[in-house]
Design a protein around this ligand. Structure first.
Ligand code: NAP
Length: 288
């Protein structure tokens, strides 16, 4: 199969490597050139433009930052590869996924939203969860590709286009709230004179356990540079959640505010654990 993979960020590069190792003709593209080296070594061709990447492609995979990036890139995909099949792995939210599905349908192009659950290690291992939205026949047609980066038992058709994205947004809303909530717990502990390391250890046996199992070393060292999922991505997803609901999601809104503060303080490219750290530590110098 001729596959074009667009977006070679942390996740895209790891996912595209599985396509390169499989028996497909792979062309890759990234907005900023220079990220395709390892994929080229695996046999992929690096394209110089979206048009170059998708012309003649049967399947086009998108793994981009978010809906604005997809909107921009998809218009070029549809201009140069109408009638292809777009697998959108980006976390876009359901409204954008439905918008993109309709755009594709108008040019005779099939589209599924297929955001992933899991981060860089499962992407590298090919064990991601994949939450797919689209007509059954399209989901089945995309499945062989999705199972290259997803655990076959966890490549799940959720429903029609947008349904995978809805579920994905609920997952990340929870993670964002946990990151901000723990920041406030640590802040409270600091205000009450509780030792930070002791507090982290005790909290790792509470509702924060799953998050701390991954983030405790970062929170203890204060070094958030080994990014898997960045602050800017989390801010994007919390904003999608707030904007995507008819309800006033006050806790989500507050968590978005904390993510935006971490962004404004220059942590955008760091791991989203920096949201917790920033909230825990901001003002520490003033009160010491
Ligand atoms: N990281 C995770 O753990 C994780 C897990 C599940 C889902 N996701 C989702 O997967 C997607 C990718 O995540 P990631 O961690 O790989 O992000 P990333 O490392 O920040 O990469 C983002 C990618 O989007 C591209 N991009 C951004 N704006 C663009 C534009 N206007 N036009 C074209 N390309 C553009 C970037 O290109 P440049 O290199 O040129 O900037 C880069 O290739 C996101 O939707 C994220 O929410 C991430």
């Amino acid at each position: 199969m001729k596959v074009a993979f667009l977006g070679l960020g942390r996740m895209g590069a790891a996912m595209a490597a599985h396509v390169a190792r499989a028996d497909h003709e792979l062309t890759v593209w990234n907005r900023t050139p220079g990220k395709a080296g390892a994929l080229v070594e695996l046999g992929a061709r690096e394209a110089t433009s979206v048009a170059d990447a998708v012309t003649g492609a049967e399947m086009v995979v998108l793994m981009l930052f978010g809906p604005d990036a997809v909107r921009e890139v998809l218009s070029e995909v549809l201009a140069h590869a109408p009638g292809s099949f777009v697998v959108d792995a980006t976390t876009n939210g359901p409204a954008a996924a439905r918008e993109f599905g309709a755009l594709c349908a108008a040019s005779g192009t099939r589209y599924v939203d297929a955001p992933v659950a899991g981060t860089v290690k499962p992407a590298t291992d090919g064990t991601l969860g994949v939450l797919v939205g689209g007509p059954e026949a399209d989901v089945e047609a995309a499945r062989p590709l999705l199972e290259l980066w997803g655990d076959p038992a966890r490549v799940l058709r959720i429903g029609e286009i947008g349904s995978g994205s809805a579920l994905k947004l609920c997952i990340n809303q929870g993670l964002g709230v946990v990151a901000a909530g723990l920041g406030e717990s640590l802040r409270l502990g600091r205000d009450l004179g509780v030792d930070r390391d002791l507090l982290l250890t005790v909290l790792s046996h509470t509702a924060y356990g799953w998050y701390l199992a991954q983030k405790q070393p970062m929170l203890q060292s204060g070094d958030y540079s080994a990014t898997t999922f960045s602050v800017e991505l989390m801010a994007k997803d919390l904003a999608l959640a707030v904007e995507g609901s008819d309800s006033d999601l006050a806790v989500t809104r507050a968590s978005l505010g904390q993510a935006q503060q971490a962004l404004a303080a220059g942590h955008g490219g760091e791991d989203y654990a920096a949201i917790t750290g920033h909230l825990a530590d901001e003002g520490a110098a003033d009160s010491s």
